[in-house]
Design a protein around this ligand. Structure first.
Ligand code: URP
Ligand code: ZN
Ligand code: ZN
Length: 461
């Protein structure tokens, strides 16, 4: 007898929409039958049946860029930990996340992974880990192979912030990663430019949030993307994944590298597709909500990103979910460069992307590839995650295309006092989220058993 059968839904598969019924056994998709054929034939009725009439059945969302419980500085941590952040993820239709574990300045990768796995105990969706590197000494490079054997198959490098690596260190990491067959993910902005411009702005008394984007313009991102791709090309074409692309300046470099056969992959995030830099002009320090790096860009950049989603240059929409409450943002009331960087999105991503994606002419399947299938493939979790097919985990989202919802902080589960998408109206919303056959969320509430999330040991991409 099957554990669960979902009848009458429209399955969003990689090959398109299929009117079919789906059966689940032991957490996996055990059978899929076109409507009319009995999915339980010869097996008997299932323990539980869900009627999905009028709804799409989506593969569970895969968010490969989160910062849960991330220490920033002076006792400041990102507001969502693995318990709260994964409740929000589940309600919003995401069933797998890949979070960024961070090496300590003097620490080992093994220590960092241990700390992050401890933080993740009690997670409510499945989770993998990337590893952010703050050093590229021999000890660190030698540990990368151990990480692979523990299911960590991607390594993050920063070209900015305190944990930035020098060009020589970047070469060392890229070289080792190419050798191991792992993926380097890169935060690309030019540190020197930002430092110079920030000092100049502050010296001129320009301290408001609206100067944050002035301090780190699009060329500053494009320069760093170009640099990391050039370095990678010189280190035997190491595969590189550029996180949170915001603008034409960076996408142009990626298009060029891809046209030359370099395995380069691009991510963007809802904030860069839905929000623009006019928000920094809001009065009363409201612009601080949108202080994130790279910053929000122009409407023209937004349009460029949507085109890049359509033409396949950008493969993934993840969130970079890293919110800080307004009280903490106020640390930078008189100095924009001190505002903790980061915004919301873990719960809003799926509804925003399906709603707007459809309006912009992307098929349901095309959106599902951006938010589920492609990230699962690129980060070594496919076909277990990111797709609806027999043998895959039964991570499924029922999505009502006719349910119109106005996104408000009050209806969300993120542990922070605002949403970057307050007042956005979405056409369509998740009505049920299922993780490995177990219902986690229903009609906007978390209804599942806590702590069902499991660590995903990722394969090489
Ligand atoms: O502003 C951001 N993006 N904060 C989170 C950390 C990062 O840079 O990805
Ligand atoms: Zn970043
Ligand atoms: Zn990030």
């Amino acid at each position: 007898m099957y554990d669960l059968v979902i009848r009458n839904g429209k399955l969003v598969t990689e090959k398109g929409i299929v009117e079919a019924d789906l059966a689940v056994l032991d957490g996996c998709i055990a059978n899929i039958m076109p409507r009319g054929d009995d999915v339980t034939a010869g097996i008997g009725e299932a323990k539980e049946t869900i009627d999905a009439a009028g709804q799409y059945v989506l593969p569970g969302g895969v968010d490969v860029h989160t910062h849960l419980d991330m220490p920033l500085r002076d006792n400041i941590k990102s507001a969502d930990d693995f318990a709260t952040g994964t409740i929000a993820a589940a309600v919003g239709g995401t069933t797998t996340i890949v979070d960024y574990a961070c090496q300590e300045p003097e620490g080992s990768l093994a220590d960092a992974l241990k700390v992050w796995k401890e933080k993740a105990k009690g997670a409510n969706v499945d989770y993998g880990m990337h590893m952010s590197l703050v050093r590229a000494d021999d000890a660190t490079l030698n540990e990368m192979a151990d990480m692979v054997s523990q299911g960590v198959t991607s390594f993050k490098v920063y070209l900015v912030y305190g944990m930035r690596l020098s060009d020589e260190e970047l070469c060392r990491v890229l070289d080792r990663s190419a050798h191991l067959g792992t993926l380097v993910t890169a935060h690309c902005e030019n540190y020197g430019v930002i430092s110079y411009r920030t000092k100049k702005l502050l010296a001129a008394g320009k301290t408001d949030p609206k100067y944050h984007p002035v301090s780190r313009p699009d060329r500053c991102e494009g320069e760093a993307v170009n640099r990391v791709l050039q370095l990678a090309a010189m280190t035997d074409m190491a595969p590189v994944y550029i996180v949170h692309n915001t603008c034409r300046e960076s996408i142009k470099c990626i298009e060029e590298a891809r046209s030359m056969g370099h395995p380069v992959f691009a991510e963007t995030c809802p904030q860069y597709l839905f929000l623009d830099d006019s928000l920094y002009e809001l009065p009363d320090f409201e612009g601080a909500k949108y202080v994130m790096s790279p910053p929000l860009r122009s409407i023209a950049d937004q349009e460029y990103l949507w085109e890049a989603l359509k033409n396949g240059t950008i493969k993934v929409v993840a969130t970079d979910h890293c919110p800080f409450p307004m009280e903490q943002k106020k640390i930078g009331l008189h100095n924009f460069s001190q505002i903790p960087n980061g915004g919301t999105g873990i719960e809003e991503r799926i509804p925003l992307m399906y709603s707007e994606g459809r309006k912009r002419g992307l098929s349901m399947t095309a959106v599902s590839k951006l938010v589920s299938t492609n990230p699962a493939k690129l980060f070594g979790m496919y076909p277990r995650k990111g797709t609806i097919r027999i043998g895959s985990d039964a991570d499924l989202v029922l999505y009502d295309p006719d349910k119109q919802v106005t996104i408000r902080h009050d209806i969300l589960h993120e542990n922070v006092d605002y949403t970057c998408y307050e007042g956005f109206v979405v056409d369509g919303y998740p009505t049920m989220t299922i993780l490995r056959g177990q219902v986690l969320a229903k009609d906007g509430d978390f209804t599942g058993r806590s702590g069902l999330g499991q660590y995903i040991r990722r394969d090489l991409p």
